[in-house]
Design a protein. Structure first.
Length: 129
């Protein structure tokens, strides 16, 4: 999930020379760890984001914390709206960037696990406190 979010947030250069220059520069500037931090990442060759259109999967579960510091609640609401009747939104009254498993909310954990095990969406959006 980290790469899916990171690679789709911004456009990454795919030219190998860009990373070679970055490694050389950061090796000089930050000798302890700089070269590793500037090295090429999978995002350089990540496929472009998939467009959400009128047709497509009809079993999309969006799980979103209300106070996520990285992905605001409105982002989860907008993607749910974009999918329309093909998705359900699980909103969790919590902070943090991870909801499923790491978040510790039983309602979100059970709702998401049930979806993953059965492939069936909840009948309506779910609000977990």
């Amino acid at each position: 999930m980290f790469l899916a979010v990171t690679c789709n947030d911004v456009a990454w250069p795919s030219d190998l020379r860009t990373y070679q220059r970055g490694v050389a520069e950061d090796r000089e500037r930050y000798p302890l760890y700089g070269a590793a931090g500037a090295n090429i990442v999978p995002c350089a060759y990540w496929p472009p984001p998939v467009a959400v259109e009128g047709k497509g999967p009809e079993n999309v579960l969006v799980v979103q914390n209300r106070r996520d510091p990285v992905t605001p609640l409105r982002g989860g609401q907008l993607i749910d709206e974009k999918f329309g009747a093909r998705s359900r939104l699980v909103t969790v009254d919590a902070s943090g960037h991870g909801v499923y498993v790491l978040g510790g909310n039983a309602c979100a954990l059970n709702t998401t696990t049930n979806f993953l095990m059965s492939g069936k969406l909840p009948k309506r959006d779910v609000s977990c406190s």
